[in-house]
Design a protein around this ligand. Structure first.
Ligand code: ADE
Length: 239
């Protein structure tokens, strides 16, 4: 997958996008991330990227020209590909696992990270998606883009060591993940549930499903409302 990021602060991406699973995916050639500074595309001699809003109002807006030229340069590199162009905006659609799954199917993603009070409205004509990380305002789109890249890239084939782990995650199945344990079986009197240690796979699976259901019921009733329960699950919930 190819990912381009447009930002005024390219250095913010240097550490986080070079470590751990994302760093390994880049080393393995599964992922090519390019970060560009759209200030470099400003046609103004002072390389300004923001200006006052017409009609007045608080704060500055990002100008349309540098971002247009930067996106056009990116598109010219691979004219055969139509990238998904994502504008980071607290007023956009809220990012979730489903969106990460959609993004992971694309050949190329382009993230536009804003700063200041907002965007010149004409920038929106370039984009396919306007996305928010959540219902709060950040100082800029960079952290949001990094979160979205991380959630998307781990879904790419061969990025996670164990391909099954992405499919069984909390949020992929529609229920939260059940509790898990590793050795020792007894730590300071806190014991691993017996059922997990006795090797009966049918009972283990039943316990895991029940615990997923319990956890989702207690912590995220909103997720449970959207989930299609099996008759057995209905029975457990009624217990
Ligand atoms: N820029 C500022 N706040 C943001 C948010 N919540 N999501 C995406 N981009 C942002």
């Amino acid at each position: 997958m190819r990912i381009d990021v447009l930002t005024l602060f390219p250095r913010m991406f240097e550490g986080p996008m070079g470590e751990s699973i994302i760093g390994k995916a880049r080393d393995k050639g599964l992922l090519d991330i390019r970060v560009s500074n759209f200030r470099d595309f400003s046609d103004n001699k002072h390389q300004t990227v923001d200006d006052y809003p017409y009609g007045g109002g608080a704060g500055m807006l990002l100008k349309v020209q540098p971002i247009f030229d930067n996106i056009e340069a990116i598109k010219q590199e691979r004219p055969e590909v139509t990238p998904r162009v994502i504008l980071l905006d607290p007023a956009g659609k809220k990012f979730d696992q489903h969106m990460a799954e959609e993004f992971s199917k694309e050949e190329q993603l382009v993230f536009i990270c804003g700063h200041y009070e907002g965007y010149d409205e004409r920038i929106r004509t370039l984009v396919t998606d306007e996305v928010s990380l959540g219902d709060y305002v950040l100082t800029g789109g960079e952290l949001g883009a990094m979160v979205m890249i991380d959630a998307t890239v781990r879904l790419l084939p061969d990025v996670l060591g164990n391909n099954l782990s992405a499919q069984t995650d909390s949020h992929s199945t529609g229920l939260l993940e059940h509790p898990q344990y590793t050795r020792p079986a007894d730590f300071r009197g806190m014991k691993v549930p017996e059922v997990l240690t006795n090797g009966n796979h049918k009972l283990i699976e039943e316990w895991q499903t029940k615990e997923s259901l319990r956890r989702t019921y207690l912590r995220r009733p909103d997720m449970l409302a959207a989930y299609e329960l099996t008759p057995q699950m209905e029975k457990w919930l009624a217990e």
